[in-house]
Design a protein around this ligand. Structure first.
Ligand code: GDP
Length: 336
């Protein structure tokens, strides 16, 4: 068995090339749900969905989110209608008491659909309608995610990190913003003072996710250590499980240069150097790192180097092979 921990860009990119390197029948992917939001009553799970769409071969690989060729009829009409009604199109949180009313899974990240500040394509929306409807029928997020994975014909087991609400909240000098408001609506511009995983203290890791991490070995793809992997580490038992199994991580940095996204800024805010060295500090349980050829960071752990830039499947396959080699070196995989 091999378990991947996934955010919404770096690890899905790696998964795109992993099929020939790790037998998909033996792979579990644990998706981050701290980025999830409820928008207009629909639960949107951006990281899980990117894995879902990548595995189902419908992902828009230019943006690394959403469905390729999706249409925008509902989103455009909704936005036009709301604007004509004079509704400000900035993110609109439901009122405080509305944040904890309704379905538990959406706590502290509940936005009115009167401003659809995240683009949701027509087909993408159908996924959210189906997910939310099955949740409302009483199924857990793990059950619903597996049903969706069946519908998209995934060859790996995809599960969310938790069936409980965990909301990634970015604290700025002007107040708290949900991660999606910080990143999508504000373009990652506001200064960051701290990052909170609201609810993590009361949330349990879902059993299939925790079992897969315990069984290991685990590969942490080049995901954002703060908002993609951080919510998982905040769940009871996950750190301990990672300490007890073999773990390989791919750096999302080349020394102090990040490939994309706000990882550097967020790491800085929570007290880690925004670099590969900082990633190693954030992941004391990692046995071996896969670093870019151009990354000369001197680490006190096993290092395998390759070109870690992934623009296509061949790139991803190369990085997946480096992960396999790293696992073999630290005794987490059989040499074939
Ligand atoms: P998010 O949920 O969209 O933030 O996605 P992730 O956390 O899964 O991935 C974001 C991280 O992926 C960023 O920190 C990037 O530096 C990293 N990343 C994106 N593309 C690549 C790539 O081609 N190679 C490597 N090594 N990292 C990448």
């Amino acid at each position: 068995m091999t378990t991947f921990l996934a955010g919404g860009t770096g690890t899905p990119k790696l998964l795109a090339g992993s099929h020939d390197v790790f037998d998909p029948a033996d792979v579990t992917v644990v998706g981050n749900t701290g980025d999830d939001v409820e928008l207009g009553g629909l639960l949107v799970c951006p990281d899980v969905d990117t894995v879902l769409f990548e595995g189902g071969d419908v992902l828009d690989r230019e943006r690394w989110w959403g469905i390729e060729g999706d249409e925008s009829t509902t989103h455009d009409y909704l936005t036009d209608l709301a604007s004509a009604a004079g509704i400000d199109q900035r993110p609109r949180y439901l009122a405080d008491d509305g944040q904890t009313a309704g379905r538990d899974i959406a706590r502290w990240r509940r936005f009115s659909g009167a401003s659809e500040f995240m683009f949701i394509g027509d087909r993408d929306r159908a996924v959210h309608v189906l997910r939310t409807s099955l949740l409302d029928e009483g199924h857990s997020l793990t059950e619903v995610t597996r049903r969706l994975a069946d519908a998209f014909d995934l060859d790996v087991d995809l599960v969310p990190m938790s069936d409980d609400p965990v909301a990634s909240i970015v604290h700025t000098p002007d107040g708290p913003l949900h991660f999606q408001e910080f990143w999508v609506a504000e373009g990652g511009e506001p200064a960051v003072e701290d990052v909170e995983f609201r609810g993590a203290g009361d949330a349990d890791a879902a059993d299939p996710a925790l079992e897969a991490i315990r069984d290991g070995p685990v590969i942490i793809g080049p995901s954002n250590p703060v908002t993609s992997v951080g919510p998982m580490l905040a769940l009871d038992g996950v750190r301990e499980a990672l300490e007890a199994t073999t773990v390989v991580a791919v750096s999302p940095f080349v020394e102090d240069r990040v490939f994309s996204g706000p990882a550097g800024k967020l790491m800085d805010a929570v007290g880690y150097d925004p670099s590969t060295a900082g990633v190693a500090d954030a992941y004391p349980f990692v046995d071996a790192f896969v670093l870019d050829d151009a990354d000369g960071t001197d680490l006190d752990r096993t290092v395998v180097r390759t070109d870690t830039e992934m623009n296509d499947e061949a790139d991803a396959k190369r990085v997946a092979r480096a992960c396999r080699e790293a696992l073999e070196r630290v005794g987490g995989a059989e040499v074939p």
